[in-house]
Design a protein around this ligand. Structure first.
Ligand code: FE2
Length: 145
């Protein structure tokens, strides 16, 4: 069993927006499960549902994020949504081509790790102040508990 995590969540990955931070951690958790199953040599029976879970949760997360940044009047919404659409397309392809070939899976894992860490720490970080400002104006800290 692979006891090491593929992506170690660090508090520095947090944007300070509770619902978004929690969902990002959820995505990292699913990617870590995928990694663990690949290393255990688990077959499509578990890898395919894991990738379908990643696909569905990513789509939920993007819907939530896009609603939040639209409400906050984020000026680069269109570019951000374009990045989301491209990732959804790639995640769908990964889920459809789910493989038990370790080389193929490791390439997909490396792509997911790089994409998500870059997205969270660069692109998402750019909208965070707009969402936090709007939350402040509405008298709430981040999102409702
Ligand atoms: Fe995003």
């Amino acid at each position: 069993m692979a006891s090491n995590l593929y992506i170690v969540w660090n508090e520095s990955n947090c944007l300070g927006i509770p619902i978004i931070d929690e969902q990002h951690r959820g995505i990292v958790s699913i990617i870590n499960s995928y990694y663990s199953f690949v290393h255990e040599g688990r077959g499509e029976k578990i890898i395919v549902p894991t990738l379908m879970g990643l696909l569905h949760f990513t789509s939920v997360h993007f819907l939530v994020e896009e609603e939040l940044i639209a409400a906050a009047g984020y000026p680069h919404m269109e570019q951000h949504v374009t990045l989301h659409r491209a990732l959804m397309k790639r995640t769908k392809a990964i889920a459809q081509e789910a493989s038990t070939n370790i080389d193929t899976d490791m390439k997909a894992l490396a792509f997911l790790k790089e994409w998500w860490l870059t997205h969270i720490n660069k692109e998402d970080r750019q909208y965070a102040p707009f969402v936090l400002d709007q939350a402040g104006r509405n008298g709430i800290a981040g999102r409702r508990a």
